[in-house]
Unconditional design. Sequence first.
Length: 255
Amino acid sequence: MRYVYRIVNDKLTAVISLATRLDYRIMSSDLATRIQQRLSELGKSARGASLEAGLSDGFIRNILTGKSTSPRGDTLEKLAIVLGTSEAWLLRGEPAEIENSDRRERTKGFSPVIIPGEQLVSNDKKLPVYAAARGGDGHHIVTFDPIDYLKMPAVLQDVKGGYGLLLTGDSMVPAYWPGDTALVNPNLPPARDTDVVLYHTPQFHQGEEEAIIKRLVGVNDREWTLEQYRPERVFKESRADWTVCHRVVGKYNAR
């Protein structure tokens, strides 16, 4: 009898586990369907909405393709705001009005902390800004003779060699628009899912240098895997050709 009970119990556990997985897959599929519905209704692209929500550019795409099946609640909440709906509707199809009411209750009485401007930027104009003229094949020609000096942002405070890069071209729109100034830290190591500036040679502060400004989506000993947004494409460049990688850590919008 004990043996029979164990068999029955194991089968019951397996059935429950299978049902749970099926429910989870259905929930993930419904999430992707609802996200796609809102994107279509709003006329937004998956990449554009991801960036607007402050998430990685592939966040929505990974959900739609099934690569990401368990996004965190905080990221879904950011996405819901951009899609003009609620986290509850995205997950379970519940009316957005209910969630919006709850959100208003949660935020009632919220008093934002105001950060003084002097804590965000230094009063000293120490940040050199270089011009990046548009070259061929989506490349830029950077002239390392400062065209301006800006107040030092906190993100580059005390960073040796930090600089701003005045951008042209539209290959990285909507992340960067022509006239934006990228804030660059030359000392950080390459990291996936960050924006980077690649140069041909390490002697980049001597005259002019060819550069490319892209999203770094992968890297190995031989190649950089890069992404641009206009036109949309992912491509590879040799590390032997592009030996220097600087990290973009922020930007100033075009003035």
